[in-house]
Design a protein around this ligand. Sequence first.
Ligand SMILES: [Zn+2]
Length: 484
Amino acid sequence: MLAGIADCCYVQSGAGVLGRLGVLGRSRLHPTNGMNLRDYQQQAIRDIREAFRTGSRTALLQLPTGGGKTVIFSEVTRLANQRGHAVLILVHRRELIDQASDKLSRIGVDHGIICSGYKPKPSKVQVASVQTLARRLKLQPFKPRLIIIDEAHHAVPGNTYGKVLNYWPDALWLGVTATPCRLDGRGMGQMFQTLIRGPSVQDLTARGHLSTARFFAPPITADLSKLHSRAGDFIQSEASEALNRSTITGDVITHYQRHADGLPAVAFCCDTKHAEDVAASFRSAGITAQTLLGSTKACHRSALVQDFAHGKLQVLVTVDVVSEGFDCPAVACAILLRPTKSEALYLQQVGRVLRPSVNKSHAVVLDHVRNISRHGFPDDERDWTLNDREKRGSKGGPPAPAVRMCPDCFAAFKPAPVCPECGHEFQADRTIAQADGELVELQRRNKRRQVGKARTLDQLLAVAKERGYKPGWAYRLHAARRHN
Ligand SMILES: [Zn+2]
């Protein structure tokens, strides 16, 4: 049995009064009705309990996409509710309302939903769309003791979240997010006192809770170095103008067919026009594709997501709707067509494809805008804090990401002497080999020559067989050469 959370917890209210509060009680973490928590999820709940117990009024839980944050905050809600506390769960998308509501129902937590289109229901637990709630604040008879903020990196003092949160200044706040920094790179220290870190992407991948990914960064004909920035990110209208060209989109489709043909894919575009044009190009190539945008009506939106989940739709093209709260583990390919300086946005986008699923041996990321060079691999160690994010590579900031690109097949991988996709060997590594001895170098040169001489697919297949490589190596190399 796990120890009690905040059984004797002193929390300072806005007025400076100390009060005794047992928000999460002594309850067991394991509910009896089927939601088995993983060990790190139980640990996260213990850490949340400890943060409140030791005096924080506001805590932020960081957990990679796919780590099960809805499971964790639903359990926290159940525990607080069991103690008689009112809990408000704030979300910013309709899809997230349904996800939270489903999880709560599964563990037997009675709740209401505050969102346009849903009938209000009195309950001590409410799941609310932050936008709807902001309009109905004065109508609420309800006074939450704990406010849970899903995708908490959106919460900023001056925005709608700030307005709603400050309406109940005595409540405890628990934020949850995969990326504890604002999309403009600012830290979350203005909103939260304590940061609780869950396991890393690398940990979750090693435990089989996340899928591995193959990255490709095919070159494009647009010059992205000329893009200007506003509010910490590239101006997307400029990026759209540079990228929304039929030659570029044609290449995007070719690479999708080469590396991820038939896999359910999400393409992230710069703006609505770009998304619509990309979807149309996919359709003219005979690939079912539809846009999912902020303006897409709710009923059409859920139909699209259903079609996608059931394989009737191959490619969903979006601007930012799918970045968060889109829970479809089958999606196996991310097509990045929106250059961004936001590490958070990049991680949210790539995170969509890392959920494991049956029939998915790995995910594929096709990064046509070199976001990987800016932000690294999703499983790179990240030093999350509540402070502002330093620009990578800048003085005092985290180092620029270590990424190597293969000139033959455009794979992007963590620095290694040989491309893991096609076997291309890198020049710089030959110098090391020379230091190790002439023989090694000679063997490497012969190996390269053998690959260079093999021009046809059959010849490449023979080389693959001789070296014990998988036939896919030969197919990929052959396809990459044809494209050049
Ligand atoms: Zn390669």
